[in-house]
Design a protein around this ligand. Structure first.
Ligand SMILES: [Zn+2]
Ligand SMILES: [Zn+2]
Length: 160
């Protein structure tokens, strides 16, 4: 990004630089090398959680003309392994990615428009991490997906 670009005001540039620094820090502290594609994908994921690889590719390819969808998948795979992003896979949807990790939060998905929101655990501290019978497993994670019609779809009576 040319710092001499007169179209940007200084505040915006400082913010963008600070932002890039934070993103680079999280990549580094996950034990990964900071690269332009990793920075771009993490930034896109910060702006739009619960995105699929296609959407992320769409968001980064103007900044990184040389990048490919395959490269975005590669970045997401390395982020997943490093624990930097979480992947959720609602039935009938491509895998979605988000930066909110490690808190066992759940998702609520609209059956009509497919909007996805985060929801915290229903009651108490991660109660669904404790199955009635764990069958001898050392349980590490539990995924709950609530399905329903979002408020906007309920209000919209025009569509089927
Ligand atoms: Zn909806
Ligand atoms: Zn989420």
């Amino acid at each position: 990004m040319p710092l001499t670009d007169a179209c940007h005001d200084d505040g915006g540039l400082r913010l963008a630089a600070a932002d890039a620094g934070l993103l680079a820090d999280s990549i580094r502290s996950a034990g990964l090398k900071v690269t332009a594609p990793r920075l771009a994908v993490l930034r896109a994921l910060t702006d739009r959680p619960h995105s699929n690889a296609d959407a992320l590719f769409g968001a980064v390819h103007s900044d990184l003309p040389g990048t490919s969808l395959q490269a975005v998948y590669g970045v997401l795979a390395s982020f997943g392994t490093a624990g930097l992003v979480r992947k959720i896979e609602p039935a009938g949807s491509p895998a979605l990615f988000e930066r909110r990790v490690g808190d066992n939060h759940h998702h609520i998905v609209c059956t009509r428009c497919s909007v996805v929101h985060d929801v915290d655990c229903a009651v108490g501290h991660a109660p669904c991490l404790t199955p009635a019978d764990a069958l001898g497993f050392d349980v590490r994670a539990a995924e709950v997906i609530y399905w329903g019609l979002c408020a906007q779809c309920q209000a919209d009576t025009s569509a089927p």
